[in-house]
Write a protein that binds this ligand. Structure first.
Ligand code: FES
Length: 153
């Protein structure tokens, strides 16, 4: 058995019988918790679509065996804000109309939220460096950068 605190709620899960059959954090969040904020993009830790916060730090859920996170605090997009009360980063992304298809945005928002939590006034270079691991195949990176600047003001 292992425990996670997910979006403020304590949850208990069965540990895998062997590490080869370990469920990833992304599978656990989407399949067992019904949290579809984190997206499945590459499954290889390379695109950022699955980004969540682990103890407030941006992390790739697709490559993390869930049972190894015993006792940690996980925040998904659903835990960041809601339709009624969006997080300031979510509001900024809406205001900047940063989405085209939108598939990458949840990961972008989580990465941005983590960045602004530890650095409220990041430079352009810091923003670009932080988001360099979050890929947008539509190519709306300029609007996304605008959204991050908006969120940081
Ligand atoms: Fe996790 Fe691409 S789905 S980094």
């Amino acid at each position: 058995v292992f425990h996670l605190r997910i979006n403020g709620e304590d949850r208990q899960f069965d540990a895998p019988a062997s590490s080869q059959r370990a469920t990833t954090l992304l599978q656990l969040l989407r399949n067992d918790c019904g949290l579809n904020g984190p997206k499945y993009g590459c499954g290889l830790g390379q695109c950022g679509a699955c980004t969540v916060l682990v103890d407030g730090v941006a992390a790739r859920a697709c490559t993390m065996p869930a049972h190894r996170l015993d006792g940690r605090e996980i925040t998904t997009l659903e835990g960041l804000g809601s339709r009624q009360r969006p997080h300031p980063v979510q509001s900024a992304f809406i205001k900047a109309q940063a989405a085209q298809c939108g598939y990458c945005l949840n990961g972008m928002i989580m990465t941005t939220a983590a960045l602004l939590r530890r650095n409220a006034q990041p430079t352009e270079a810091e923003i670009r460096a932080e988001l360099s691991g979050n890929l947008c195949r539509c190519g709306t990176h300029l609007e996304i950068l605008q959204a991050v600047h908006l969120a940081a003001t």
